[in-house]
Ligand binder design. Structure first.
Ligand SMILES: NCCCC=O
Length: 481
């Protein structure tokens, strides 16, 4: 008898297999071995989940902000209470270090849910008033409807929170699909949220989870029911979602790839910059759309900087979930290992691997912390997202060239500037064409501030009141007086 775990869809308060019984094998990235199966959802499963969310919508839409807040606050408390189980599921999903998963994800997740619980009671609009003689105008802010949401594999449970918390806070109902490689923690979140919905006697269909692959996601986005599709994923996936959603003009919310430039000026605190950049570049094996992946260093400090960064990389440890002092675990899947290795194998002759540049071990998908220098702006590894523990270094001669190199990619999610010159930092934050500019730091996020990009990094914001408003629609009501 097989001892594989069986994960199930969560539809209308019930755990169910795919209607046609199809399954996907779920692999532990630390070993490369299958440890669970999940449903491979098809049209019948998507129909059932959408029907559940649609039935719950009128009730949830009409619930008071206070009720929405109460639900979210209970979910946040439960995330903390059941942190051990969530961390176990997430580590099995991803192979991340257990301690860092708990410290860097559980606390922020609970905080982000509580932020949206508060936001539920603070919807904003223009003042009601007489903007035309004899007429009073008011603005209603309403939920959009059923939301089809697709989460990525790099932070499966935290990205699920970024999706469902603002949607539910605004009065929408949700059908959420985790990535095909990382469904375990989202299925556990469904159990947790389902239990709370039951306790509060709220409709089970407020929150539904569908497991499956790219095709399952396409069926969700193309389904006639959802009014909005939101996805965190690759540019390719985002374009596909936008194309599918365009057929019936659904609202789209896209958080796609990144290629964050990290501009280090000659007056920066170099040891601090090296430490901050190596952590922000290698954390989560660089599988982070904001990772500090593309360092631009002033030519006067370039060589010393590269040497120090290569030393920091050599001292950075990758390893298993419970290994000591490990910053990051494996790449998420075999395909990602192939992708990252491919970038290094195809490096041009003028590039130099200063540290790493190879797989670690034979089992699982571990990759060494890697630093590559000597690159040109049009090299493949500078222009494309690696999504692995690889930091590239280029040199620049002045501020204009730093801006040209930084902005000279198709992505525009996050960036950072390292300098002690306040005026320069302010100038750079104006000129950098990215959704976030950090100054003398890289990677921290807070619930109150928006996260989201420009250009091919997508549109719409996660977190913050901007993210919350993305899950609402504005209606003008005018009455003759
Ligand atoms: N650091 C969180 C970034 C979310 C997307 O990868």
């Amino acid at each position: 008898m097989s001892d594989l775990r069986t994960l199930r869809n969560y539809i209308n308060g019930e755990f169910v297999d795919a209607a046609d019984g199809r399954t996907l094998e779920i692999v532990d990235p630390t070993t490369g071995e299958v440890y669970a199966t999940s449903p491979l959802s098809g049209a019948a499963d998507v129909d059932a989940a959408m029907a559940s969310a649609a039935a719950a919508f009128p009730i949830w839409r009409d619930a008071t902000p206070s009720t929405r807040q109460k639900l979210l606050l209970k979910i946040a408390d439960a995330v903390e209470e059941r942190a051990d189980e969530l961390v176990d599921a997430e580590c099995r999903n991803t192979g991340k270090p257990r301690g860092l998963t708990r410290s860097e994800e559980i606390g922020p997740m609970a905080d982000q849910i509580r932020f949206f619980a508060g936001a539920a009671r603070l919807l904003e609009g223009k003042a009601a008033g007489e903007y035309m003689d004899g007429m009073t105008s008011i603005v209603r802010r309403e939920p959009v409807g059923v939301c089809a949401q697709v989460a990525p594999w790099n932070y499966p449970m935290m990205m699920a929170v970024w999706k469902f918390a603002p949607a539910i806070a605004a009065g929408n109902t949700v059908v959420l699909k985790p990535s095909d490689t990382t469904p375990a923690s989202t299925v556990l979140l469904a159990e947790i949220i389902g239990g709370i919905l039951k306790d509060l006697e709220l409709p089970a269909g407020i929150f539904n989870v569908i497991c499956g692959d790219r095709e399952s996601g396409r069926l969700m986005v193309e389904h006639r029911t959802p009014a909005m599709a939101s996805i965190t994923g690759s540019v390719r996936a985002g374009i596909q979602v936008a194309e599918s959603a365009s057929k019936d003009v659904k609202r789209v919310h896209l958080e796609l790839g990144g290629k964050a430039p990290v501009v280090v000026f000659e007056d920066a605190d170099i040891p601090e910059a090296v430490e901050g950049i190596s952590v922000a570049g290698f954390f989560n094996a660089g599988q982070d759309c904001t990772a500090a992946t593309r360092v631009l260093v002033h030519e006067s400090i370039h060589d010393a900087f590269v040497e120090a960064l290569a030393k920091a990389a050599a001292e950075t440890k990758t390893g298993g979930v419970d290994d000591e002092d490990v910053l990051y675990g494996p790449l998420n899947n075999a395909n990602q290992l192939k992708q990252v290795s491919g970038f290094i194998e195809r490096l041009p002759a003028h590039a130099k691997v200063e540290s790493g540049g190879h797989r670690v071990g034979e089992a699982g998908y571990f990759y060494a912390p890697t630093v590559v220098s000597g690159l040109n702006q049009d090299d493949e590894i500078i222009q494309n997202e690696v999504f692995g523990p690889v930091i590239t270094v280029q040199k620049f001669s002045d501020e204009d060239q730093a801006v040209d190199y930084a902005n000279g990619v198709e992505f525009a999610l996050a960036s950072s500037v390292w300098t002690k010159d306040h005026a320069r930092a302010m100038r750079m934050s104006r000129r950098l064409d990215f959704g976030c500019v950090w100054i003398n730091t890289h990677i921290p996020l807070v619930a109150e501030m928006p996260h989201g990009g420009f250009k091919k990094s997508g549109y719409g914001k996660d977190l913050s009141s901007y993210g919350f408003e993305d899950y609402t629609r504005v209606k003008h009501v005018m009455t003759a007086i």
